[in-house]
Design a protein around this ligand. Structure first.
Ligand code: ADP
Ligand code: ADP
Length: 216
């Protein structure tokens, strides 16, 4: 199964992706996690993207497209993947189309997680991320297990003013992808408001239906 997860920053894509991948046996590929790992390790790419990321701006298409092309060609994605955070612009989606044609693969589904902006601000301002694994928590709605060994920090781009900038960028550059993939008949919209488990039930209902009808 090959999925794209779309939705505004803070909608819950990363959180839900972990459950989807565990249940459906596919690999998550998070562009944000990949970029943050490069920043943490101070690679040349990491140093190049730091300013964009901390300001909540998108990194240039050419950089992210090359990064994803390298990553997706690895054998662990052969059985299927869930793309979280990529594509985010129409040129990125077009580049992904060409990559998939070359790999003789096709997309099965684009999940769009819908959450109103006011709720996103409360989710992101209390999000904390583990430095080692990239896993995210919420101080109230999804606290880290008390016995876990986490090194939590607040992402620079999870400050309220930057969140607003990211939401504007989502509206102008990423939301058009919903129309792009709708025209291919791939889009399933999911209501992302509610408890984590309830949102997951909505997602797994859609994916179970696809699995049972064997359309992927
Ligand atoms: P994204 O990957 O879409 O940016 P995350 O999965 O990191 O979003 O979720 C953003 C924040 O909201 C995190 O702090 C997460 O724990 C929290 N969160 C995710 N889903 C829910 C939910 N259904 N209800 C409340 N908080 C949630
Ligand atoms: P979110 O919590 O907003 O879903 P991500 O972890 O997906 O955050 O992305 C964080 C930042 O990484 C973005 O604001 C952007 O700077 C950069 N980034 C991630 N994916 C992409 C992409 N596909 N294109 C351009 N920039 C990206």
């Amino acid at each position: 199964m090959r999925l794209i997860f779309l939705g505004p920053p803070g909608a819950g894509k990363g959180t839900q992706s972990q459950h989807i991948c565990a249940d459906f046996g596919i690999r998550q590929l998070s562009s944000g996690d990949l970029l943050r790992a490069n920043m943490r390790d101070q690679t040349p790419l990491g140093l190049e993207v730091t300013k964009f990321m901390n300001n909540g701006e998108l990194v240039p298409d050419s950089l992210i497209i090359d990064l994803i092309k390298d990553e997706l060609s690895k054998p662990q994605y052969k059985k299927g993947f869930l793309l979280d955070g990529f594509p985010r612009t129409i040129p990125q989606a077009a580049a992904l189309d060409s990559m998939l044609i070359k790999m003789n693969q096709k997309l099965d589904c684009v999940l769009v997680l819908e959450v109103p902006h006011e709720l996103i601000i409360s989710r992101l301002s209390l999000r904390r991320t583990d430095r080692k694994t990239g896993k995210s928590f919420h101080l109230i709605f999804n606290p880290p297990p008390a016995d876990g060994d986490f090194d939590l920090y607040q992402r620079e781009d999870d400050k309220e003013e930057t969140i607003r900038n990211r939401l504007e960028i989502y509206e102008s550059l990423t939301k058009p992808l919903i129309k792009y993939y709708s025209s291919m008949g791939l889009v399933h919209k999911i209501n992302g408001v509610g408890m984590l488990e309830d949102v997951y039930d909505r997602i797994s209902t859609v994916l179970d239906r696809m699995t049972k009808s064997n359309i992927y």
